[in-house]
Write a protein that binds this ligand. Structure first.
Ligand code: NAP
Ligand code: F7E
Length: 344
């Protein structure tokens, strides 16, 4: 049997780096695709660059989701068995500032990859994974499952919904093995610093060191279903090993508010947070000494936000044998501990 090969689009991101670790461990040859950046963007995969895998089992390539010819070129030269499309402008708030770019990358970018597979006559060889998102549900029924209606509420979510349906359309129209992982929020020490969990755990680590400091946040009442990224990339691989291509919700089944995440993160450094005031004037203080550690900055509010996301992963459990290993408290703990270590 020839070695399995996988292309990871978005290899420099949180999930791309964890998926690279997983596939290399499984013996794959990995083609890691990154885009041109004016500063270094490989921090999350530097451990692979500095390992025995570099240029033996892990091969870097340049391409951009907004550039069809670059995608055609790398897919033609590698003809991988599996393509994981994890690349995206993935920040929901930013998508309101750059809706056109977000659509170009997240919606049309996915189309470009699927079309490249078709044009290159690789439909019978190359399987396609689309990183879809719980954001496509919007404010709808709770919990959300594969059959829940979609009502996206941001340019990011709308773009991702286009990619979701395009993936299904290529499966149905051309018989392509193309699947959507409908991923709920997943986090970890490699999470981007501007997502709320990592923003909080980095700030808590700093406050632990300096004994003072304030985190400015937006909507404290939003509820999210936060899982661990390492668990989630395993579901990606499992989906690609099925006989029949299908779409799956990947979640923990629990939701917590941003406020609860703040409380739990501070608990890990021995601080109990008390909330005082209302609305824009709400603050979070240290119960023991009254120091203010959390304030509201309306700049972090979004034109529209989702009140609660909580996924029902029972289909994934039944068919893929997948379930989350790390839940809320352990996730917060491992992120705070990692940021404390990085801050030393
Ligand atoms: P991430 O950390 O933001 O990584 C995104 C990756 O896409 C990065 O490697 C980024 O490159 C790359 N990228 C962005 N624009 C690109 C372009 N025009 N051309 C080529 N590459 C581009 O995201 P993540 O958390 O790993 O998420 C992975 C995927 O899952 C994304 O598609 C995201 O939308 C989706 N998703 C994530 C979550 C979550 O909670 N993490 C939940 C649901 C779905 P740079 O490193 O150069 O920026
Ligand atoms: O926001 C609220 C914010 O930016 C979570 C992406 O991976 O998951 C992620 O999208 C919640 C929202 O993630 C701040 O309003 C309060 O309600 O961490 P976030 P997200 O928007 O849920 C989905 C599933 C994806 O697909 C995306 O790619 O937290 N919030 N205060 C804040 N959010 C941020 N970023 N910063 C704040 O200060």
């Amino acid at each position: 049997m020839k070695k399995k090969t996988a292309m990871i689009l978005g290899v420099t991101g949180q999930d791309g780096s964890h998926l690279s670790d997983l596939l290399l461990k499984k013996g794959y040859l990995v083609y890691g695709v990154k885009r041109r950046s004016s500063s270094f963007n490989t921090q999350r995969i530097d451990h692979i660059y500095n390992s025995k895998y570099f240029n033996t089992k892990f091969f870097p390539f340049y391409a951009d989701l907004t550039d069809s010819s670059s995608l055609l070129k790398i897919i033609q030269s590698t003809k991988p068995h599996e393509i994981y499309n994890l690349s995206a402008q993935s920040h929901v708030h930013t998508s309101f500032e750059t809706p056109e770019y977000t659509a170009n990358t997240d919606a049309i970018g996915s189309l470009r990859v699927l079309e490249a597979i078709k044009i290159l006559k690789l439909i019978d060889k190359t399987k396609y994974y689309q990183a879809s998102t719980s954001e496509i549900f919007g404010n709808t029924q709770i919990p959300q499952r594969e059959t829940t209606p979609f009502r996206p509420t941001s340019p990011y979510a709308i773009s991702k919904l286009y990619a979701y349906w395009t993936t299904i359309n290529y499966r149905e129209s051309y018989g392509m093995f193309a699947v959507n992982g409908i991923l709920f929020n997943h986090e970890g020490p490699r999470r981007g610093e501007t997502f709320v969990t990592r923003k909080i755990t980095r700030a808590v680590a700093k406050i632990n060191k300096e004994k003072r400091g304030i985190i400015y946040l937006g909507n404290l009442n939003a509820k999210r279903d936060w899982g661990y990224a390492v668990d989630y990339v395993e579901s990606m691989w499992k989906m690609m090993q099925q006989k029949k291509p299908d779409d799956f919700v990947i979640s923990t089944g629990e939701s917590h508010t941003v406020r609860e995440f703040v409380e739990e993160a501070f608990k890990n450094i021995g601080i109990k947070i008390l909330w005082k005031g209302k609305g824009l004037n709400e603050i979070g203080i240290n119960k023991d000494n009254g120091k203010v550690h959390v304030k509201i900055d309306p700049g972090y509010f979004r034109p529209t936000d989702i009140s609660e996301l909580r996924g029902d992963y029972s289909k994934a459990k039944k068919i893929l044998g997948w379930k989350p290993k790390v839940k809320f408290k352990d996730l917060v703990k491992l992120m705070v501990q990692s940021d404390i270590k990085k801050n030393k």
